[in-house]
Design a protein around this ligand. Structure first.
Ligand code: T3D
Length: 263
């Protein structure tokens, strides 16, 4: 039933999740958010998935909350509980950040409101030159959710985060790259090839090591230096016990490309 809202496909170790409500710029209804969350959660336990690529169908990445879902067009009847809506988003963002595998966003068009912050919750964001980012929340009297108030100041600094969220100006993909909000802006026609190649490459890398990098970077947002150094020591021991670590060192000594299995 919800499959229609999020298309899934696995190839070369990459799970591609495509938000699929193009007629409303992939704006989020609750079933779509739940299907995304389920997709990320399932990827965690699937050894065949070593990277996830998230994109949107049609001309947009995601226009945020489906406003028709939260406020009926004729103004009649009670709007759904806003806390319930945000709870669904929170579960999604946590599933993305807790997934110890790389998540790549291929931002193919506008990413507004929740859509912008779902992109920023990915590990690497590649955007088409024609794409843009809008912290649209303040235009309708809301605050940035989906982790926007967490990720944005860390990515671009407090001054820019304040102006972006209070003024809700459209930021082009080129500007987003320049201000460090995203990893890379690429020519529009090259978006899917670039993002897919990146995802496929990451899917051949030491998956557990990449996952531990993500865990360390997640924790660095709140840890002090002492705690972070202790965590690095703990995670390095874990990384050093993997088969991929042994393969990486062996391949270096033998002067050949490594073959990582993700274990
Ligand atoms: O409960 C809660 O609300 C809490 C959660 C909040 C999270 C949030 O995300 S709040 C922010 C919600 N999003 C927005 O405010 C953005 C609304 N959309 C826009 O501002 C514009 O659509 C865009 C700037 C994103 C794109 O503009 P444009 O000119 O390229 O496209 P358009 O013509 O506005 O939209 C095309 C269609 O998509 C149109 O439908 P139509 O006229 O062809 O039948 C439009 O109504 C629909 N659409 C776009 N965004 C949404 C949407 N329908 C429902 N909800 C949307 N967010």
């Amino acid at each position: 039933m919800t499959e229609q809202y999020v298309l899934r496909g696995v190839s070369d170790g990459v799970l591609t999740l495509t938000m699929n409500r193009p007629e409303v710029l992939n704006s989020c209804n609750r079933p779509m958010v739940a299907a995304l969350r389920d997709g990320f959660a399932a990827a965690a336990g699937d050894d065949g998935v070593r990277a996830v690529l998230l994109t949107g169908a049609g001309r947009a990445f995601c226009a945020g909350q489906d406003l028709a879902e939260v406020v009926p067009p004729d103004g009649a009847g009670p709007a759904p509980d806003i806390g319930d809506v945000v709870g669904g988003y929170n579960a999604l963002i946590l599933a993305m950040r807790n997934l110890e595998k790389p998540v790549i966003a291929a931002v193919n068009g506008v990413a507004a409101g929740a859509g912008a912050n779902i992109a920023l919750a990915c590990d690497l964001v590649v955007a088409a030159e024609s794409a843009s980012f809008i912290q649209a929340f303040s235009k309708i009297g809301l605050i940035p959710d989906n982790g926007g108030t967490f990720f944005l100041p860390r990515l671009v600094g407090m001054a820019r985060a304040t102006s972006l969220t209070m003024l809700a100006d459209r930021v082009t993909a080129t500007q987003a790259e320049q201000m460090g909000m995203i990893y890379k802006c690429v020519p529009t026609t090259a978006l899917m090839d670039t993002a897919s190649e990146l995802a496929r490459h990451l899917a051949t890398q030491p998956t557990r090591g990449l996952g531990l990098i993500k865990r360390a970077l997640n924790a660095s947002a709140t840890n002090g230096l002492d705690e972070q150094l202790a965590l690095e020591a703990q995670l390095q021991a874990e990384a050093g016990s993997t088969a991929d670590y042994r393969e990486g060192v062996k391949a270096f000594i033998e002067k050949r490309p490594p073959v990582f299995t993700g274990h």
